[in-house]
Design a protein around this ligand. Structure first.
Ligand code: GDP
Ligand code: GDP
Ligand code: MG
Length: 321
C-alpha cells in the first residue's frame, strides 16, 4: 500500500475535477486541432505542419511539439494510412509513450521505499504561484490519509504569508510552526523539524519565500535552510517541490529552468490550470524537465490538488473520455 493516498475521493469525483479544470485548455486545443485538420481526411504533411503550429500555440513548447510531430510522422509512415478522425486517439498514445520514456524520480505515492519519517518536503517557487495554497491542500490530503503533518512558516518575509499558512493549518487541523516576521527562515525550518521529530510526525511541509529577482539571495537562503534541516533529520529535505503557475504558460517553463539551475529540485507542482487555456504547458514541462510533475492544481478548494498522472491528463486535455 502506498504511503500517501490521494484516492480518498472517488474516481468519478477526481475525473470531474480534472475535466472541469482542464476544460478551457481542452476547448482551445481541440479548436486548434480542428483548424489543423479542416477539410482533410488523412494525416499528411500539411496536417502535421498545421498541427505543429497548433501545439506550439497551445503552450506545449517547441522542443516537445517537434518530438510529438516526429512521432506522428513515424506512426503515419508505419501505418500507411491514418485518418484525421483517429488523430486524437493516436496523439494520446504517442504523447503518453513519450512522457513514459522520460519519467523519473521516486514517487512517495507509489514507492514506499522512498519514505522516511518524518518525510520532509521543502516547497519553493516565485511569489504568488500557489506555494502556500498547495501546502494547505497537501496537508489536507495527508491528513485524510491518516498521516500526522507539521507545517513550517519559513516564508518570513511578509507577515501575511505566515498568517495565510496559519489559516490553512487551522482549516485542515495541523500544527504550524512559526516565528516573527523577518526572522531567519532556516531557524523556522529547524524548529519545525524539531517539533515534528519530537512528536513522531509523518510529514513536514516547509513554506519558503521565493524571490527570483534576487537570485543569489534566494539560492543562499534555500541552501541554508537545507543545511540547517540536516542537523535534525540528516537526509532532509527528501523533496524539494517547485511550484509553478500554469496560467503563465511558457513563463512557468522558464521559471522551472531557472530554479533548477539555482537549486536542486526533485519534483514539480503546476497550479491554476483551471481558468487558463495554457494547460498544454504541463506536457512540455513533464517531457523536458529532468524531474517529474507530481501535482496539478485545478482550483482553489482543498480537494482541487491532484496527483499528476499522464494518461488521464492527456486524455482529458484531448477530450478523449
Ligand atoms: P504563494 O505566494 O506561492 O504562496 O501563492 P499562494 O498560495 O498565496 O497563492 C496565490 C493565489 O493563487 C491565491 O489566491 C490562491 O488561492 C491561488 N491559487 C493557488 N493555486 C490555485 C489553483 O490551482 N487554482 C486557482 N484558481 N487558484 C489557485
Ligand atoms: P532587494 O529588494 O532585492 O534589494 O531586497 P530587500 O531590500 O527587499 O531585502 C530586505 C531584506 O530581506 C534583506 O535583509 C534580505 O536579506 C532579505 N531578503 C531578501 N530576499 C529574501 C527572501 O527571498 N526571503 C527572505 N526571507 N528574506 C529575503
Ligand atoms: Mg505563500
Amino acid at each position: 500500500m502506498a504511503f500517501f493516498s490521494f484516492f480518498k475521493r472517488s474516481k468519478e469525483e477526481e475525473q470531474k475535477t480534472l475535466d472541469q479544470g482542464l476544460d478551457k485548455s481542452k476547448q482551445s486545443l481541440l479548436s486548434r486541432i480542428g483548424h489543423a485538420i479542416a477539410g482533410k481526411t488523412t494525416i499528411d504533411d500539411d496536417v502535421l505542419d498545421n498541427l505543429e503550429e497548433a501545439l506550439i500555440a497551445s503552450d506545449v513548447g517547441v522542443e516537445t511539439t517537434l518530438q510529438i510531430i516526429e512521432r506522428l510522422q513515424a506512426r503515419v509512415k508505419r501505418d500507411k494510412y491514418v485518418g484525421t478522425d483517429e488523430l486524437n486517439r493516436i496523439m494520446v498514445d504517442e504523447i503518453c509513450q513519450m512522457l513514459d520514456e522520460n519519467a523519473g524520480g521516486k514517487d512517495p505515492e507509489t514507492d514506499e521505499a522512498a519514505i522516511q519519517k518524518p518525510y520532509v518536503v521543502m516547497v519553493v517557487g516565485v511569489n504568488g504561484v500557489g506555494k502556500t495554497t498547495t501546502i494547505g491542500k497537501l496537508a489536507w490530503q495527508y491528513k485524510q490519509a491518516g498521516k500526522s503533518v507539521y507545517l513550517g512558516a519559513a516564508d518570513t518575509f511578509r507577515a501575511a504569508a505566515i498568517e495565510q499558512l496559519c489559516i490553512w493549518g487551522e482549516r485542515v487541523g495541523v500544527p504550524v510552526v512559526k516565528q516573527q516576521q523577518g526572522s531567519d527562515p532556516a531557524s523556522v525550518a529547524y524548529d519545525t523539524l524539531q517539533s515534528a521529530k519530537a512528536n513522531n510526525a509523518d510529514v513536514v511541509l516547509i513554506d519558503t519565500a521565493g524571490r527570483l529577482h534576487n537570485k543569489v539571495n534566494l539560492m543562499n537562503e534555500l541552501t541554508k535552510i537545507k543545511q540547517v534541516m540536516k542537523k535534525v533529520v540528516p537526509d532532509a529535505p527528501h523533496e524539494v517541490l517547485l511550484v509553478l503557475d500554469g496560467s503563465t504558460g511558457q513563463n512557468a517553463f522558464e521559471q522551472a529552468r531557472q530554479f533548477a539551475a539555482a537549486t536542486q529540485i526533485t519534483s514539480l507542482a503546476v497550479t491554476k490550470l483551471d481558468g487558463t487555456a495554457k494547460g498544454g504547458v504541463v506536457i512540455g514541462i513533464s517531457n523536458e524537465m529532468k524531474v517529474p510533475v507530481r501535482y496539478i492544481g485545478l482550483g482553489e478548494k482543498m480537494e482541487d490538488l491532484q496527483h499528476f498522472q499522464r494518461e488521464p491528463f492527456v486524455r482529458s486535455i484531448l477530450g478523449m473520455d
